[in-house]
Design a protein around this ligand. Structure first.
Ligand SMILES: Cc1cc2nc3c(=O)[nH]c(=O)nc-3n(C[C@H](O)[C@H](O)[C@H](O)COP(=O)(O)O)c2cc1C
Length: 188
């Protein structure tokens, strides 16, 4: 029998993302795992749940752009670091090599597998959090993580985040084809 364990959010693991912003002219990064995909088609909208006190929020409001970068497991130290210290007191601009894409004000990480640059679409202001909704305007991927022009997770080796264990996790193996394996269902 199942045991009731309160109202815990068990929607983990989540992908670890590193969000890049330009705050008062300075590049800043923070770790954001509470991300969402709002739809699968165009416009490609994603959400970031970010505590109101974060320094990065100032830059998103100011420039109306941000980047979302996926790091590999071998970048775990840098990923955690930008989630430990705030740009309001620590300069995090040199943690990653950066470049600017077509939006010009969303710093993207050069040395990571995949990056997306987003234009701010909307802000949902909650009591403690800003939910930033962004539209993905361009996506950049290292050649080494592509298979047939598509991002290959087995090559990206993304970091995953789990709140209950407070640990970073890695991805396992694929276990079935979506929109396909269900065809094997037989009514019992
Ligand atoms: C693994 C991990 C995941 C995090 N996820 C989030 C998140 O989803 N939302 C959030 O507001 N802060 C999150 N944080 C905390 C921020 O990254 C952290 O407070 C950061 O220092 C804020 O940086 P800033 O003040 O320079 O913007 C996370 C931190 C870590 C280490």
């Amino acid at each position: 029998m199942k045991k009731k364990i309160g109202n815990q959010n068990v929607l983990y693991p989540m992908p670890v993302t590193i969000v890049g912003t330009l705050v008062n002219g300075k590049v800043n990064f923070l770790n954001v795992a509470h991300v969402g995909i709002l739809n699968a088609g165009a416009p490609h909208l994603i959400s970031l749940g970010m505590g109101k006190r974060h320094h990065s929020n100032i830059g998103i409001r100011e420039k109306k752009t941000f980047s979302v970068n996926i790091l590999s497991q071998n970048q775990i130290v840098e990923a955690d670091y930008v989630g430990l210290v705030t740009g309001s007191t620590t300069d995090k601009s040199g943690v990653f090599e950066t470049f600017f894409g077509e939006l010009k004000t969303a710093p993207l990480i050069q040395n990571c597998p995949v990056s997306m640059e987003c234009r701010l679409h909307d802000i949902n202001e909650l009591k403690t959090h800003d939910v930033f909704i962004g539209e993905i305007m361009a996506t950049y991927a290292e050649d080494a993580v592509l298979t047939g022009g598509k991002v290959d997770l087995s090559k990206v080796k993304p970091l995953l985040f789990d709140m209950s264990s407070m640990k970073y996790w890695s991805l396992g193996q694929p276990v079935g084809d979506c929109w396909n394996v269900g065809k094997q269902y037989k009514k019992s």
